[in-house]
Design a protein around this ligand. Structure first.
Ligand code: A2H
Length: 256
């Protein structure tokens, strides 16, 4: 763990349809009228227009926690639930009722509604081997236009759909340009992955370098070319999109 506090935006992706594996395991556990949300933690709320799927670690154990009695349930890591319970996001201070436990692999294929995403019909939960259980919520929303990790993983999922036990079309989603930068054009992640010849999501060292370059260029030189804050710089748009999501009840602040 580094020093200082990381201020994430925790986004609420409402479940529309469970995977075939998860559905029987959850039978009778979620009350009528209750909604379950996958809750990814992101540092780039201004990119949420470009969400194409949402990642979980297939071997990570997750819980479904009751955040608002009978109404709202969060799919997150145990660690994140505990942190949220001390940040006012659970029914009472320090309390985080767990109503179910699932493996990431169990929920692959689940369809969720991703706030702001251009994918209005929803996006799928897909596996990402490099998700860390020890960071954020253990859930990562995928924006392949601006995150080299997300881009490399989505390419691999399409290439090896059978190996990953997914339907190819779940990962074969059009990549939407949302931010333009002077050095990398309007699909920063694609540009960097291709120019650095990154061939797999396992190229961890190169991906870390690409992530650094993408983040700096995007934050300091990026301009929005999509969404409500089109024309503004990324630096200006970031807090505005974040506040808009929070005001709509689609996100909340999460720190660790
Ligand atoms: B970011 P930091 Cl477009 N395991 O969101 C692996 N990665 C995780 C994670 C976990 N448990 N929890 C969060 N993350 C990702 C968007 C994004 C992100 C873009 C570009 C860069 C980027 C869409 N994915 O992150 O280690 C999440 O991906 C690069 C900084 O706490 C989150 O923001 O600094 C970011 O890593 C948090 O990374």
């Amino acid at each position: 763990e580094g020093v200082g506090v990381q201020e994430y935006t925790a986004l609420k992706l409402r479940v529309k349809e469970w995977s075939d594996t998860a559905r029987p395991k959850l039978a009778g556990l979620i009350p009528e009228g209750g909604n379950v949300y996958f809750v990814p933690a992101t540092l780039r709320p201004e990119t949420m227009y470009g969400q194409t799927c949402c990642f979980v670690g297939p071997n990570i154990t997750y819980g479904i926690y009751e955040a608002v009695a009978g109404k709202e349930y969060y799919f997150i890591s145990d660690r994140a639930a505990r942190n949220m319970a001390y940040q006012g996001h659970m029914p009472a201070w320090g309390v985080y009722p767990k109503i179910a436990e699932l493996l990431g692999a169990d929920v692959v294929g689940t369809l969720v509604h991703a706030p702001l995403s251009a994918q209005k019909g929803g996006v799928r939960i897909l596996p990402m081997e490099s998700v860390k259980a020890s960071k954020g919520t253990g859930v990562v929303t995928s924006v392949p236009s601006d995150s080299p990790d997300d881009y490399a993983t989505m390419l691999d999922l399409v290439k090896k759909a059978e190996y990953y036990k997914i339907k190819k079309e779940w990962a074969e989603v059009e990549i939407l340009p949302i931010i333009e930068t002077p050095s990398y054009g309007n699909l920063t992640a694609k540009f960097l992955v291709e120019s650095m010849k990154i061939n797999s999501p396992k190229d961890a060292k190169q991906l870390a370098e690409a992530k650094d370059l993408a983040y700096k260029e995007g934050f300091y030189k990026g301009k929005m070319i999509y969404g409500d804050f089109k024309g503004k710089t990324v630096e200006e748009a970031k807090p505005l999109v974040r506040q808009q999501l929070i005001d709509a009840g689609d996100a909340f602040a999460y720190a660790e």
